[in-house]
Design a binder for this molecule. Structure first.
Ligand code: HEM
Length: 508
């Protein structure tokens, strides 16, 4: 060796050999990585415990097909297509199954028998990059029931009755803003105005003060961040599947990290400002504080939940209102029946209350049909199969599998609804034989079981009041440039386009 190194030790040779060695090692690593990936692909297709579940070949073998649809924003339509091709259950990733049957709602999200573990929220899907705060949405069972018991007071019927004055004041402000457009004769972008309204309402209920969107006619900066954060989380999630949240924390751009922290600090400060107020106004905090005891929530949990309440309660309701307006205005006969019911039911605008609008069957049918056609959460909300596995839709699924209802695909599935892609509110009225075989229990846009939406009654109250007051005051027409408004992509929620509507005051 001494001779060799003496003989060949001329400048550059050792460096050259080091390069050759590095390239060689790189090729070996690459070969190993390719070999491992091929093996993993082969394993996922032929040996994996889910190998007998149907789905597209690439999606069964690798996560990348699923990531591709997530990035393209067309997961909802892809799953609908697979549902028609493969049936009620589809394997859309090596370790993920999505369902579209009514039975699967019960099996995945329903109450479980004592002793059998529950389907917790999928840790990867619900993990957050960075500061993780405990919130009701991702909590374990014990923390969830503790939080839910307390929050339920803020969503009781009594609370809703007491919150009516607050709701009405924002709906009236919306009507006044829309009237300005009507007087000017220019169309209004209702996607924005519904967002302004629902964010102001929930901001007031959660923080004790609105975001001021309706007042200032513009998005509050915090609200803008909410939209960016939802999309960013949807796009980051695939990386969490491949790596881990802690690795991602190291690579998340500092700008994003700062925006997230600033947003969290903002809501924290708002919560503290509200907590310092001595008031009995019927917002969420009053009910939380009134019932908070040693089994209640810590300050950190109240902060985290205030955040979740705003995100869960505003974007969802605003989406549905936009969807409902679009479908009404593109279906003239339905629109006419809808306004006739509202205008025929009341003598004066002041008669339109949460209580009185809840008695209008056609309005409810229109809202339910809109929830079916345009569910505010169109994709998946995955759970993890508990220890020991479970039976879903009559078939065994091994523990740890990520399982979810496919919201959009379930509500638009031919095996659940006749004419699934047609907007026909009459199907909910129960007297048309062509819809006698509809599986109505498959429509669960607010989820199902012990973790279903806490704000469902509040959402219906808001949606009914807003739609009824708009229809009472104005005739509405959709602008030509919004005719294809429903052709949208999704990043967990809809990426909504402007919905341009022209309003004409109703003459009485
Ligand atoms: C049309 C409107 C709405 C729809 C379609 C909707 C839908 C949903 C869905 C699908 C879930 C389950 C989420 C999951 O499994 O991860 C949920 C949970 C929740 N929603 Fe809503 N939501 C709406 C309005 C509201 C409103 C107005 C509030 C009030 C702040 C609200 C508060 C909540 C809360 C607190 C949860 C978590 C419940 C728990 O984990 O126990 N939602 N919602």
């Amino acid at each position: 060796m001494a001779l060799m190194s003496e003989t060949f030790d001329y400048p550059g040779f050792n460096a050259w050999m080091a390069w050759v060695g590095a390239i060689d090692q790189y090729l070996i690593d690459t070969q190993q990585a390719i070999g491992y990936s091929l093996f993993k692909f082969f394993y996922n297709i032929y040996l994996h415990p889910l190998r007998n579940y149907p789905g597209p070949f690439l999606a069964r073998g690798t996560h990348f097909a699923n990531f591709f649809w997530v990035y393209k924003g067309n997961l909802h339509t892809k799953v609908k297509q697979f549902n028609a091709q493969y049936g009620d259950v589809v394997r859309i990733a090596p370790d993920m199954l999505v369902y579209t049957s009514a039975q699967a709602w019960k099996d995945i999200c329903g109450h479980r028998k004592a002793g059998s573990g529950s389907f917790l929220k999928d840790g990867v899907w619900y993990s957050s990059v960075g500061k993780t705060q405990p919130s009701i949405l991702s909590a374990n069972d014990a923390d969830h029931s503790r939080g839910r018991r307390l929050l339920a007071h803020a969503f009781s019927e009594k609370a809703l009755r007491e919150q009516e004055g607050l709701l009405q004041s924002y709906v009236d402000l919306l009507v006044n803003r829309v009237r300005e457009y009507a007087v000017e004769g220019s169309p209004a972008d209702m996607t924005r105005w519904y967002n302004y309204t629902t964010f102001d309402i929930i901001g007031d209920l959660a923080f004790g003060e609105p975001f001021g969107c309706l007042e200032t006619r513009t998005y509050h900066p915090w609200v803008k961040v909410v939209f960016q954060a939802i999309k960013a989380m949807t796009l980051i999630r695939p990386f969490i599947t491949l790596f881990s949240a802690s690795v991602l924390n190291m690579v998340v751009p500092k700008k994003l990290e700062k925006a997230r922290d600033a947003s969290f600090e903002f809501s924290k400060e708002k919560v503290h400002r509200r907590l310092a107020l001595q008031t009995t106004r019927p917002d969420f905090m009053t009910y939380i504080l009134k019932h908070n005891d040693e089994k209640g929530m810590s300050i950190e949990e109240i902060e985290a939940n205030a955040n979740i309440l705003i995100v869960a309660g505003s974007e969802t309701t605003a989406s549905l209102l936009s969807g409902c307006t679009f479908f009404l205005l593109t279906h003239p006969k339905v629109y006419q029946k809808f306004v006739d019911e509202i205008r025929g039911a009341f003598q004066h605008e002041a008669d339109i209350t949460v209580q009185s609008v809840s008695k209008l069957p056609y309005v409810l049918a229109v809202l339910d049909e809109s929830l079916r056609m345009y569910p505010p959460t169109p994709n998946v909300l995955p759970r993890s199969v508990p220890q020991g596995g479970a039976i879903i839709d009559g078939k065994f699924v091994p523990e740890g599998t990520s399982v979810s209802m496919a919201y959009y695909a379930t509500f638009r599935s031919e095996s659940n609804f006749a004419k699934p892609d047609c907007f026909i509110p009459e199907r909910w009225l129960g007297n048309d034989p062509q819809f006698a075989t509809d599986k109505k229990e498959a429509l669960q846009p607010f989820s199902f079981g012990p973790r279903n939406c806490l704000g469902k009654n509040l959402a219906y109250a808001e949606m009914r009041l807003i739609m009824a007051k708009l229809a009472w005051n104005f005739d509405m027409t959709l602008q030509r440039d919004s005719y294809d408004w429903d052709q949208q992509i999704t990043y967990n929620v809809w990426e909504k386009k402007p919905l341009m509507v022209r309003f004409t005051p109703v003459k009485r």
